[in-house]
Design a protein around this ligand. Sequence first.
Ligand SMILES: [Zn+2]
Length: 91
Amino acid sequence: MTADTRLTPDEKRRFADWLNARSIKACPMCGKRNWAIGDHLVAPIPYIAGELVSEGTSYPQAMLVCGNCAHTTYFNAVVIGLVGRTAANKE
Ligand SMILES: [Zn+2]
């Protein structure tokens, strides 16, 4: 059985508080202010030429999705405090 990896309501509130403290503006693509916090963290991984890397260092990101045009922007979940540095760099 796969664990539920969605952000909890408390984690979403902490991300929203973090965004509000930094005066996040309207969507840069459509100009609307209709943001939604994505349900999951996502994690780009380092690029290594010629290899498909499936483990090691990753960079967990929280998603902010425009409800009008679907533009999605990402914020570093470690900096926000949603993920510890150790958890983000399992090696
Ligand atoms: Zn938009």
